[in-house]
Write a protein that binds this ligand. Structure first.
Ligand code: ATP
Length: 314
């Protein structure tokens, strides 16, 4: 095959706790990550010349070597020297559906899809664990985006324990197009405001992990109890990001008041999601949200929990 088309799923965080500051400069996290059906389409195509090219239909996404998809291809070609000379370079086409800079891991999911796609295109025969190891070099969310589904993520987010998730639970995702949150800014702000609450050492982090693993959130997921899940949603970033982003704070309040099973900002924001019991409830939430906030700047999507991160299209 000279071309593979893949779907790269966005992720939301059902739970995100910042527990400490690691010696490597990253934060120690405890998260429950969930893939959703909102996805980008990534095509990897062999080209005759020994180079990596990126094309993308979104004006805010760079089509150069700073694109995370490009970096993924560069990493693979560096780890497998000669593969491009033998099998040709690659043109990566990104059709964006996932809002950019939204806390939905759009770039990470694209990088994950390139790893999976190049493994096929260049006949590398890499196991999923190896692709995730490579992914961890590109970004903390990339390993999760390779496998997807539902997982408890610890460390800086790259240590994953997959858990059975709630099948196809419906949700509404909303984001003001003009609102962006830089993830480094969100961490710096959180550290400045809440750094004194960090647990100081690895022993404390492990004890906290054990509490979360046996806690109500993980129980709700394991028991596939969508109502309990909605009540257990939590994201530490909300208290640092929402005060600085009143428009998103108002969106979150509005969505929470409209109903559904529970509302949360995803990752470092500014996208906000509400879980819904059924497709009909999700559609009704979209309609009432658009009536409550009739602003052309507001993007609204319906989606479902998805069981995989990257999959072949078709
Ligand atoms: P995360 O949830 O992992 O923090 P995010 O959803 O907040 O990520 P992205 O959509 O990945 O954010 O985009 C963050 C920045 O990365 C953007 O400013 C964008 O220009 C840049 N970027 C680089 N490559 C990509 C890509 N393939 N897709 C989207 N953005 C990319």
């Amino acid at each position: 095959m000279r071309l593979y088309s893949l779907l790269a799923a966005a992720k939301i965080n059902l739970y995100l706790e910042i527990v400490g500051s690691r010696p490597d400069g990253f934060h120690e996290l405890i998260m429950v990550m969930q893939s959703v059906s909102l996805c980008d389409r990534i095509t990897v195509r062999s080209i005759g010349v020994d180079e990596i090219r990126v094309r993308c239909n979104h004006p805010l996404v760079p089509a150069d070597e700073t694109n995370l998809a490009y970096k993924a291809a560069a990493l693979v070609s560096q780890r497998f020297p000669g593969v491009m000379a033998k099998l040709g370079g690659v043109e990566i086409t990104i059709e964006k559906q996932i809002p950019v800079g939204a806390g939905l891991a759009g770039g990470s999911s694209n990088a994950a899809a390139v790893l999976v796609g190049l493994d096929l295109l260049w006949h590398l025969g890499l196991a999923q664990g190896k692709l995730q190891e490579l992914g961890a070099e590109l970004g903390s969310d990339v390993p999760f985006c390779v496998a997807g589904g539902t997982a408890i993520a610890t460390g800086r987010g790259e240590q994953l324990d997959p858990i059975p998730g709630i099948d196809r639970l419906h949700l509404v995702i909303a984001k003001y197009e003009s609102e962006f949150v830089s993830t480094p800014w969100a961490y710096q702000t959180y550290r400045a405001e809440y750094g004194d609450t960090y647990l100081p050492d690895a022993q404390g982090w492990q004890e906290r992990q054990a509490q979360v693993r046996s806690g109500e959130m993980v129980k709700a997921v394991a028991q596939r109890n969508a109502i309990a899940l909605g009540q257990q949603l939590h994201n530490d970033f909300e208290k640092a990001v929402l005060p600085a982003h009143p428009k998103t704070a108002h969106l979150r309040d509005t969505m929470a008041n409209l109903g559904g099973l529970g509302t949360l900002m995803s990752g470092s924001g500014p996208s906000v999601f509400t879980l819904a019991e059924s497709e009909a409830e999700a559609e009704s939430l979209v309609a009432t949200l658009k009536l409550a906030l009739p602003d052309p700047d507001l993007g609204v999507w319906t989606a479902q929990f998805a069981p995989t991160g990257v999959r072949l299209d078709g």
